[in-house]
Ligand binder design. Sequence first.
Ligand code: ADP
Length: 269
Amino acid sequence: VDTHDEIGDLAHTINTMAEKLEKVEQERHHLEQVRNDFLANVSHELRTPLTAMQGFLEALQDGLVEDEEARQKYYAVMYSETMQVNRLVDDLMDLMKLENNEVNLAKFPVDVAEVMNRVAFSFRQEAEEKGLQLVVEAEAELPRIYADKDRVAQILKNLLKNALKFTTAGEIRMTAGLQEQWMRIQVQDTGMGIAADDLDRIWERFFKVDRGRSKNNKGTGLGLAIVKELVELHDGVCRVESVPGEGSTFTILLPIMPVSPVSLVKQGP
Ligand code: ADP
């Protein structure tokens, strides 16, 4: 009877191990797929500007562009394509470091309104040229948040860049206010909006809504993935709401500066 039991146990153990092996194999397969998708995306994003540059270079080389004005235009386009490659590599490196937990935040008390105004300032001209209103509104006497100022600026920059890119008329509104223990920062636009089916996916790296239609979208598809990583690194939350044809609202909640231990110490009589 003992031997019988032992064989039964053994068979059970073998079954369990086989199941585990299968799970590991499935996981390995999944990781391989993620890796392949990633490489395919990087290749695609690199090839697009490189193919454009190659075409222009060939035309120049073959002496097909005769007048100086046209030549200058070709140079300008090629220059902007090299910038696109640079942006992609920068974003990629940044995202990789974030995903590998290699980014250390330099956290200090930050005045969000000040960062908002500084970032908005750098977009004013672009907004004006597109005929868009750029409004910045912060509630009075907001507390500082404990955060990495440059990274908060990067978050706002990425959101504003998108708002400008996907809006052709109306206004872009960046606001800050308190929401319980959070600092709520919102970037609202009156642009093309995002379809409900795509809303969950826009935070994925390389995801762009309707690649065909957004051919002119000089983005890398990494901006929001970086935003999400940065916000989560700050123990914050990202949300998005959108109505196609009406506009989008991106909301970032960041924890307010923790009460410093010093201020908890009872002051003497
Ligand atoms: P990209 O570099 O393409 O802007 P992002 O990661 O920043 O990459 O955004 C991913 C996609 O989400 C964009 O390509 C666009 O389709 C969509 N998206 C982001 N922000 C907006 C917005 N404010 N309005 C409409 N669509 C947006």
